[in-house]
Ligand binder design. Structure first.
Ligand code: PGA
Length: 244
């Protein structure tokens, strides 16, 4: 089963807009319900919309994901959200270690490791993001990616590791309109496959309607889509074109 994840990031600004985007996707998918037999669709809105969208989702097979989580289960951690809270809302997936978390909030691979463990403990699926910066892409790319994976999956059992979804997202390709060329992404995919044999591996970074198919063609199991996931028509078109 392929997987297409929409990461809304810190968008939209109102509940009404969130409703419109979500219903736009839901209605279009319901018209072609067979699509969901081929593709798992996951929407990751900001935390505050999760309870509302969880109700709006109803019985539809769209899954909800969170964009982040804190690794402690409860306590004096002002401003944070825990895995049991997400699980209680019906969240099934959690994005971990997105490069924007690293860049703006100083998150580390060690934190991503703790978060991954907490998400697995509460029976949700972690979507672990890895990727190199422009500078690292020159000559350290394999070393950097291996290090990120090793640290993030440290001390997990083989069965836990197999449940982790890994998203390869070159930092320089995110939100830039400058995606990683599929042939280049394929080289990375083959490298990751050597030690992530059973994992679903996604590609993320400036995915558009025009290039989405290329990443499936070179062997990725799915996509993590930022900007375009806020445009229900284009997002559902990507789902339709790749539900084969
Ligand atoms: P983008 O974001 O599709 O807007 O480039 C992708 C991501 O954040 O993974």
């Amino acid at each position: 089963m392929k997987i297409i994840v929409g990461n809304w990031k810190m968008n939209p600004s109102t509940k009404k807009e969130a409703e419109n985007i979500f219903l736009g996707v839901k209605k279009e998918i319901q018209k072609h319900s067979h699509l969901l037999n081929k593709v798992k669709v996951v929407i990751c809105p900001p935390f505050v919309y999760l309870p509302f969208l969880s109700r709006l989702k109803g019985k539809s097979k769209i899954s909800l994901g969170a964009q982040n989580v804190f690794f402690e289960e409860k306590g004096a951690f002002t401003g944070e959200i825990s895995a049991p809270m997400l699980f209680d809302l019906g969240v099934e997936y959690v994005i971990i270690g997105h490069s924007e978390r690293d860049r703006y909030f100083g998150e580390t691979d060690l934190m991503a490791n703790k978060k991954t463990k907490s998400v697995l403990k509460f029976k949700m699926k972690p979507i672990v993001c890895i990727g190199e910066t422009k500078k690292e892409s020159k000559n350290q790319i394999f070393k950097i990616l291996k290090k990120q994976i090793t640290l993030t999956l440290r001390d997990l059992s083989p069965s836990e590791i197999s449940q982790v979804i890994v998203s390869y997202e070159p930092v320089w390709a995110i939100g830039t309109g400058n995606p990683c060329a599929p042939e280049r992404a394929k080289v990375i995919l083959l490298f990751l496959r050597k030690f992530l044999r059973k994992n679903k591996i996604l590609y993320g970074g400036s995915v558009q309607l025009t290039n989405a198919r290329n990443y499936f063609e070179v062997g990725f199991d799915g996509l993590l889509i930022g900007g375009v996931s806020l445009k229900p028509q284009e997002f559902t078109q990507i789902i339709k074109e790749n539900a084969v």
